[in-house]
Design a protein around this ligand. Sequence first.
Ligand code: ZN
Ligand code: MN
Length: 148
Amino acid sequence: MGEHLRKDTNSRKADKVMQGDTAESLTPQRRVVLEVIRKSQAHPTASEVFDGARAMLPSISYATVYNSLRFLRDAGLVREITFGNGSSRYDGILERHDHAICEKCGHMVDFSLPETAALKTKAAQKSHFKPLAVHLTLVGLCPDCKTE
Ligand code: ZN
Ligand code: MN
């Protein structure tokens, strides 16, 4: 299960977007999509973002939400977490952090492990990549599911 890591060009693009009076420079649709992601701590999927956006803006279409997600991701305003099976979730927290995801119910939580950052050098040596970021995703069973 790999997380798709965005290049640091995104943070420069984000700066540019943010300079235009932050979210004011976004279309109303993009602003709503951004708000849904920032307010959620559940790392919503595209269809969950659509449900949240439609509650605020009933006329919004799935295609618009989908395009807005791509725009916000490319602008570095949200982080897309991709999984091997092609599914994605969206995170409004841009600071480096790690995740744990429940294999049974999909519950996903944030945590931060300083050791993860220290693994960056070793991972770079093994892969011969220039390191930009390392994120850890723990796959397991959440507290609710492990007691069932
Ligand atoms: Zn669970
Ligand atoms: Mn997160």
